[in-house]
Design a protein around this ligand. Sequence first.
Ligand code: AMP
Ligand code: ZN
Length: 477
Amino acid sequence: MALRFYNTLTQELEVFQPLQDNVVRMYTCGPTVYNFVHIGNFRTFTFQDILRRWLRYRGYTLDHVMNVTDVDDKIIANAARQGKSIEQYTAAYTKAFFEDASALRLQQPENITPATKHIPEMVNAIERLSDKGFTYTNDGSTYFRITSFPDYGKLSHNDFGGIRSGARVDLDEYDKADARDFVLWKARKNGEPYWEAPFGEGRPGWHIECSAMAMSYLGETLDIHAGGVDLIFPHHENEIAQSEAITGKPFARFWLHSEHLQIESQKMSKSLGNFYTLRDLLEMGYQPEAIRYLLASVPYRRKLNFTFEGLKAAAKTIERLRDFELRVTSTKLPAGKNEAITERSADAIRAFEAGLDDDLNTAEGLAAIFDYVRAMNTALDEGTFQEENRWDAARVLEVFDSIFDVLKPTDPAKLPVVQASGNADVLSDAEIENYIEERTQAKKSRNFPRADEIRGLLVEKGIVLEDTKEGVRWKRK
Ligand code: AMP
Ligand code: ZN
């Protein structure tokens, strides 16, 4: 079965192939850095990470661009309130975003770039729109006239035919019911940051940055454009209008949108105040792998309700998989190879691939892995899993983890929250290995009290040691 994605534009599952060569040109809308990004946002960024990883697994090279929105209404208001420049204000949250993304093991897009570094491209795009007659100005601001673009509404599947020309909106975010001519360039206001442009001093509206940046990095037609469902209207609808009005070509071939992370049946959002940041959850002692797993385990087009039970269950699942990995790598096994198990392992990989090819159905992929692990645990109990079958199991886990990336424990010393609070109570992997080495030496020189002391010290810090024939194994509780 070929790789298929649900395309919001056509409302159909379509076979995916890039337009040119083997390269997928992809643009995803990044964070607005006016605060810490919450785990609802990270559901969308985790979906994009799974998308990236699956495209690469399928042999494609990625050219992926993500913007960082570092100038908008909220940023300007917050920075002014704190007496900071927008650069000072956004720098800290941009840094925090990168730290959090890295803790969640999100692969870096080939290009991540702040909007304010691309003002000339935006000015140029607005000039081209003006030259072609898609804009008008009012009180120093420039607007896109939506009645001049007959396809307006094709992504959100709304009929805006009855819209009165000339009704305007200056806000960056608004509902379908408030569809209006949207602002491309906002006239300079006292106390606000501004840039020079041929059509007057001011600053860009939110939507133009993505059209200008996407096309300047990736060309006029992208293979994939992605974001959360809340961006379909107006943001992505406006991106299409701006870009296609300039080029006369389709802006993106595939539009992928992820559903929301909810909490008590409501969208998790800053404005509702019902959110957790990654740091909140890390401070409560949850592992970033468990959060990553939880966000990735529900297929991206289904709503996901956040609960602490769900998070604990995610942690348990990871532990079961790690225990299985430990078991197949370190148990003594009968020599030889059981062909049936080799076959069963190849089937597991095929089923996993079929799930992910089906519009990134992570739940189906996971079901294939769980079935496999259950069958292999039984085989290990019954002694039918043999020495050379280790490689088969290792390959299955490798395929799984190349996408989910949860098997390797996080070194707590590297977590953003630990760095921020200077928490010295957590041992790093290297410190643990050092203690274990010292304990081994102590035992060799028959200094048993010191060896026991080290074991006690590690247990106190939540590290469990197991002495095996192959050496000392350890894990975090
Ligand atoms: P923002 O920083 O508000 O521009 O949002 C960054 C990304 O997070 C966008 O793609 C949004 O669609 C997405 N997003 C916002 N809230 C949620 C949520 N509760 N669940 C999933 N994605 C979200
Ligand atoms: Zn965007």
